[in-house]
Design a protein around this ligand. Structure first.
Ligand code: XMP
Length: 606
């Protein structure tokens, strides 16, 4: 079946993928195209959407792209940067300035098919520095924007050229804060481009099964099966396409798994009928040996990724199946956050995008049937493939496992800019009746699509979730160098935070495993496990008792695609459990809950 499709031109950041997801939600295929792809790659689509960009200005050298798209006889819609590019291409003028950020009112000034079914004033979400100041002769204004009833009017917030079938909006219809953004996208996709809604997960299965068969031919696939949602759905999909004989599964215990995880993963694969060629290897010595003494997070990630491949190759040789393709459960965010697309900066290296794997991909030795999907879509696919609900809705667990949740340190306090940060943090915290301490360690975060490696702040005191979140937001806005905020669950404000020298060792991993187990059980026991998207538990080498015991951080988040996340509020009963169980663990002296949104903090600490 040939589907009607929309190309989303990816000018960077996360916008294009969100737009693609929105289009796919309408059951219309959306494919990501790079701006400099040859014009042939843009043919055959029913319409194009040009995305916004986190860094580009319509003036930038970087904004060179395949402008021959404007000669294609299909409708084109631009958002933000895309809107400015369309205006510019057809004789309009863009100026620096006129910045708008956040919720804004769009006043619709002319009837346009893009705005069919909308109210005269709509709430939209803006994030731009440059502005369309003039439009070309074929264009007209269809909306202007205004912040508040008496606010200044921004012209050309939405424009169209009905004869040319070109449309542009300065705001972002793809984000939830643009209340009827979905209607605008649907108007474009269905009414303007005439797409039919045939792209469903059911059809996706059929298409992927055919693709896998074509790609693998008479060969076989050897899949690294961690037991997470992605690799399990991949396994079932590959199993459906190739049959259990031509699919070898390898589950590796890397020593960085959760408590009892490997045992239950193996049992689950057996139960799904994929036990025929199921291999298990305890490679914890390989991993922990290679990680010994390593502190830097990116280095740890690389090592874990490399050892996975080394173990995989060794096992393949041992089993005599080294010619098989390597299967991976890679999903879209894994590639974008490693800088997989041309304009996305590296935020961190995912374990399935380390250089060895990149090389194997170049050689055509890797198969990744979920690489275009987001987690929500993978879960929908899993449901259609008949996977157990518990398995589908289990919290995502990263490939490098507890390796990215076990922070390491050389024990030297990292206090480089403390003088500047500490007073500002204290002042803001006190406004909310809290104490605020900058911690002398750093964790990974993401700011404006770039990786950050900055300090967390710990807030102590009782203020309520709302005030805590607000205090955190103010600190992120006003104090440069902070990307994470914690709320202290310990018995009082610590007198000192002393970094302890700590690396990846079995006893530390066992302690983290236990804390992780206790926290997860508490979420299950109080019926909130499935309300929370993911809840990493981290062991942070900071001692507050002067005896070298470490701190545990609980990181509950709500999210949809892991691209952004909001901190989850934990009920009193869970907080009580955590305090009672985790603070009682020998070797733990502090406990905190992470109240950081993404951005500026990532979900994981490393
Ligand atoms: P961050 O920390 O970037 O994580 O907000 C987003 C999501 O990705 C997961 N994650 C990984 N998953 N391999 C994986 O399979 C990795 O290397 C990796 N790093 C982060 C993380 O758990 C969250 O769900």
């Amino acid at each position: 079946m040939k589907h009607d499709a929309i190309a989303v031109i990816d000018f960077g950041g996360q916008y294009a993928h969100l737009i693609a997801t929105r289009v796919r939600d309408l059951k219309v295929l959306a494919e990501i195209r790079q701006p400099e792809d040859p014009i042939e790659m843009f043919r055959g689509y029913k319409g194009l959407i040009i995305s916004g960009s986190p860094s580009l200005s319509a003036f930038g050298e970087d904004s060179a792209y395949t402008t021959a798209i404007y000669d294609l006889p299909v409708p084109i819609l631009g958002f933000c940067f895309g809107h400015q590019e369309i205006a510019k291409h057809y004789g309009g003028k863009i100026i620096h300035g006129g910045r708008e950020w956040g919720h804004t009112n769009l006043e619709i000034t002319a009837e346009s098919p893009v705005f069919k079914g909308l109210a005269p004033v709509e709430q939209v979400w803006m994030s731009h520095f440059d502005t369309v100041a003039e439009i070309g002769p074929d264009f007209r204004e269809i909306g202007c924007s205004r912040l508040g009833a008496d606010g200044e009017i921004h012209r050309y917030a939405a424009i169209d050229a009905p004869k040319l079938r070109r449309y542009g909006v300065q705001f972002h219809p793809e984000v939830d804060d643009t209340i009827h953004g979905g209607t605008m996208i649907a108007n474009f996709v269905f009414d303007i481009c005439g797409c039919r809604p045939t792209w469903t997960m059911g059809n996706y299965i059929d298409a992927q099964v055919a693709k896998i068969r074509e790609r693998v031919g008479s060969g076989s696939v050897f899949l690294l099966a961690s037991g997470g949602v992605d690799s399990t759905v991949t396994a079932v999909l590959l199993g459906r396409a190739l049959g259990p004989d031509r699919l070898h599964l390898l589950h590796v215990d890397n020593g960085l798994m959760r408590k009892d995880e490997s045992r239950s993963v193996l049992a689950a694969f057996q139960a799904m009928g994929l036990g025929r060629n199921l291999h298990f290897i305890d490679a914890s010595d390989d991993f922990l040996g290679a990680l010994a003494g390593v502190i830097e997070p990116e280095k740890k990630r690389r090592i874990i990724g490399d050892i996975f491949i080394r173990v995989f190759e060794r096992e393949a040789r041992r089993l005599g199946i080294e010619g098989h393709l390597l299967g991976q459960g890679t999903i879209y965010p894994d590639t974008i956050e490693t800088g997989g697309t041309k304009r996305a900066d590296t935020i961190k290296t995912h374990h399935n995008r380390v250089p060895i794997v990149e090389e194997m991909i170049r050689q055509g030795r890797v198969i990744e049937p979920l690489a275009d999907l987001y987690k929500v879509e993978v879960r929908e696919l899993g449901e259609l493939l008949g996977l157990d609900k518990d398995l589908i809705w289990k919290h995502p667990f990263p490939g490098p496992g507890l390796g990215v949740r076990l922070l390491c340190s050389n024990g030297v306090p990292d206090r480089k800019e403390f003088e500047r940060m500490a007073p500002a943090v204290r002042r803001i915290a006190s406004k909310y009746g809290l104490a605020g301490d900058v911690l002398p360690i750093r964790s990974v975060g993401v700011k404006a699509d770039l990786r950050s490696y900055e300090h967390p702040v710990m807030l102590s005191g009782e203020a309520g979730w709302e005030a805590l979140f607000e205090a955190a937001g103010t600190i992120f806005r006003e104090v440069e160098g902070i990307n994470r905020c914690l709320w202290n669950l310990g018995p009082g404000r610590p007198a000192a935070f002393v970094p302890v020298a700590a690396t990846v060792t079995r006893p530390r991993l066992d302690l983290l495993r236990e804390a992780d187990h206790l926290a997860t059980e508490s979420l299950r026991c109080h019926g909130i496990y499935y309300d929370i998207w993911q809840c990493p538990i981290c062991l942070v080498p900071l001692s507050i008792d002067g005896k070298g015991s470490e701190m545990v951080v609980v990181r509950p988040v709500h999210s949809e695609r892991a691209m952004t996340a909001a901190p989850a509020r934990l009920p009193e009963a869970v907080l009580k459990d955590l305090r009672e169980c985790i603070l009682a663990l020998p070797g733990v002296s502090g406990l905190a809950v992470d109240i950081t949104s993404k951005p500026p903090g990532t979900i994981e600490w490393e």
